[in-house]
Every structure is written in structure tokens, then in C-alpha cells.
Design a protein around this ligand. Structure first.
Ligand SMILES: Nc1ncnc2c1ncn2[C@@H]1O[C@H](COP(=O)(O)OP(=O)(O)OP(=O)(O)O)[C@@H](O)[C@H]1O
Ligand SMILES: [Mg+2]
Length: 340
């Protein structure tokens, strides 16, 4: 049985660019898939194909049990989408935007009003509810766009970089909202540049780069691939490096690396905190004074760097103008595509 979101061999080219180069996905019902990748990896393109806004050159996609190419209207009714570029109507107030969405989904006027008020409250927009969205800050627009995607609770949701541009407090709150949504049975595909976010929210993670899925698994599986935990020791005196190295070799399950100038030794281990205590005792027993010692687990950042050859945050800087691209342009293109 394919999951609530299923894709096989998706290809989409724009001129010379293979934005999607054979993407397969399978998201079981009620779970969250995190699509992680640097700028230009193909994340938004994947979301647009899966949400019927863009036709792939080849491949197949089934969402909420319906073929995206054969039944786009039905798919659209079964999903919620919050885009990378907020789709709010600038000339309506926050409240009007949300009520309008409710009405589009055939809610009664009263119910749409109640729902709008609830969402404005949840997204900290009550104070600004009756101002036109034109006056909203970037973070406020993003929250309004997310609220709009939640007016009706569709069984399948797509969120393209939901928390980009949100401050830490609003990000935390959104994470809470997303977790509640998923606890209620919603299947979610979310794209993100924030590894911490994928770590926190996603059951499974697909790392994409150049239109291809280059790794997939749970956060723990991906971290384990990158080499598991290691002990890092900084010895006080340079002359102790050799002895410390011998000690660590006795505990390590791989090669010890040494940074002479910082007097730092690193060795891959398994055994966690208990092992760390033993290492400390042994070093102490040999009269080696240590400045610092710790157990370091690989982060998703380590995973990302080892897979793509560059850091996620660096990728943002490298391509800063892509982030600053005006939303209107993206929306216009989306509308044009959708109208085809
Ligand atoms: N409408 C389009 N016309 C031409 N090229 C496009 C179009 N849409 C996307 N591309 C190209 O396809 C590639 C993938 O773009 P996409 O927007 O899917 O990346 P992304 O992973 O969402 O990046 P970001 O993190 O910056 O949002 C990029 O090289 C992009 O320039
Ligand atoms: Mg994108």
C-alpha cells in the first residue's frame, strides 16, 4: 500500500536544469517527512508537482490515494498547502483572508468567522487581525499564510519552509501546532533548511541535492551513517599527547585524530557517558591533566556536510538572492502554471 504521499521517478526540467531528477517518495499516513536540501535542490519543485501546481515531465505521484495527474481537482480538495512565498491577499485584513479561505472551502459564514478568530489567536495575530495584510511584517505574513493552510484540516498537508523568517518564539509555537496536527492524524511533507527543525518534527528525512534524493532515513539513522559518537579530549600539555593517544586507542573503535596546535584528540567510540567516565579515570591514572573532555554526537549538520559537501546555512549565504526573491514573482509563475 503506498503512503498518503507517494512519488515514483519524478523528473522535471527547466531548460538545462534538472530540478527533479528521478525522485521517489513514500510518506506513510499520519507521519511527517522532512525534505531537506540546499537552495536550488528541488524542494519547492517537488512540492509544486505533488500539489498539482506543476506537471512533471515524467514519473507518477499519488496523494491522498489519488493520482495527481489524473485527478488534480480531487487532490487539491484533499490537501492543504503553505507555500514558500506567502499567498495572502494584501488588500484584505488578516481576518478577511482567513474567512475567505473558509468560504472557499464551503464553510458557513458563522463557522468561517469562528475558525478565523481561533487561528488568529493561535498565531499571535489577534492584535493585527483587522489591519490589511499589506501592513504586516514578513513573519506576520508567513504566520497568516500558515493559518490559511489550516482553516480546514485536510488529511494531507504540504509546508514549504514553514518557519523561514520566523523568530524563535514563533517557530517554537508553530512546531507545537504542527505536532498537534500530526497527532490528529494529518500526513505532512515539510521542506526546511533548518536541520534542527527536521530533527524535531520529521519521522523520516529525505536529503535532496541537485534534484536527487541522496539519503533517506530517520534522523538517528542518518546520524549513525556519519560515524556515531566520539570522545574529544584537550590535554593541558603538548608532551602528553602521545600518552593520551595510547589511552584513547584502548577505548576507541576507530582511528584517533590529533590536532597538535589545539592539543585536541578525537576518537570514535560507543558506550556513551559510562565510557567517558572510564576514559577520564584512565587519563587521570596516567597523570595526564586535561583542559576539556566531552562526548560529542553527530548533529544533522554533520550529516548534511558529509552528504552534500557544504553546510546548510552556508548554502543560504551562497545563494542569498534566491531567499530575497520577491514573492509576487513566484506566485505569478505558480498561477500561470496552474492555469495551464
Ligand atoms: N519556473 C522555473 N523556471 C526555471 N527554473 C526553475 C523554475 N523553478 C525552479 N527552477 C530551477 O530548478 C532548481 C530547483 O529549484 P527549487 O525552487 O525547486 O529549489 P529549492 O530546493 O526549493 O530551493 P530553495 O531552498 O532556494 O527554496 C533551481 O535550479 C531553480 O533555479
Ligand atoms: Mg524552495
Amino acid at each position: 500500500m503506498p503512503g498518503a504521499i507517494y512519488a515514483e521517478g519524478l523528473v522535471k526540467t527547466f531548460g538545462d536544469v534538472r530540478a527533479l531528477d528521478g525522485v521517489d517518495l513514500d510518506v506513510p499516513e499520519g507521519t511527517v517527512l522532512g525534505l531537506l536540501g540546499p537552495n536550488g535542490a528541488g524542494k519547492t519543485t517537488a512540492v509544486r508537482v505533488l500539489t498539482t501546481l506543476l506537471r512533471p515531465d515524467s514519473g507518477k505521484a499519488v496523494v491522498a490515494g489519488m493520482d495527481v495527474l489524473e485527478h488534480p481537482d480531487e487532490v487539491r480538495r484533499a490537501i492543504g498547502l503553505s507555500g514558500q512565498f506567502a499567498a495572502v491577499d494584501e488588500y484584505l485584513t488578516g481576518r478577511e483572508n482567513l474567512q475567505m479561505v473558509g468560504r472557499l472551502y464551503q464553510m458557513k459564514a458563522k463557522a468561517a468567522k469562528v475558525r478565523a478568530a481561533e487561528l488568529l489567536e493561535r498565531f499571535n495575530l489577534s492584535d493585527a487581525a483587522d489591519r490589511t495584510a499589506k501592513t504586516y511584517s514578513g513573519g506576520m505574513r508567513r504566520r497568516l499564510d500558515l493559518a490559511a493552510a489550516l482553516v480546514v484540516s485536510p488529511p494531507v498537508m504540504f509546508m514549504d519552509e514553514p518557519t523561514t523568517g520566523l523568530d524563535p518564539r514563533n517557530r517554537q509555537q508553530l512546531w507545537g501546532i504542527i505536532q498537534e496536527l500530526v497527532a490528529g492524524g494529518t500526513t505532512l511533507l515539510l521542506t526546511t533548511q533548518y536541520l534542527e527543525e527536521a530533527d524535531h518534527l520529521a519521522h523520516d528525512i529525505c536529503v535532496v541535492d541537485h534534484g536527487k534524493v541522496i539519503a533517506r532515513g530517520t534522523s538517528d539513522q542518518l546520524k549513525a551513517r556519519t560515524g556515531g559518537e566520539r570522545v574529544e579530549v584537550v590535554v593541558h600539555e603538548r608532551q602528553h599527547i602521545t600518552t593520551a593517544r595510547e589511552v584513547l586507542a584502548g577505548f576507541g573503535k576507530g582511528e584517533t585524530t590529533v590536532e597538535e596546535h589545539t592539543r585536541k584528540l578525537t576518537v570514535p567510540v560507543s558506550g556513551g557517558a559510562k565510557l567517558l567516565a572510564e576514559v577520564i579515570r584512565e587519563l587521570d591514572g596516567r597523570g595526564i591533566e586535561i583542559d576539556d573532555i566531552g562526548l560529542r554526537r553527530p548533529t544533522l549538520d554533520d550529516v548534511f556536510i558529509s552528504l552534500t559537501g557544504h553546510a546548510a546555512e552556508k548554502a543560504v549565504e551562497d545563494n542569498g538572492d534566491a531567499q530575497a526573491a520577491p514573492g509576487a514573482k513566484g506566485r505569478k509563475a505558480a498561477r500561470k502554471e496552474a492555469a495551464k
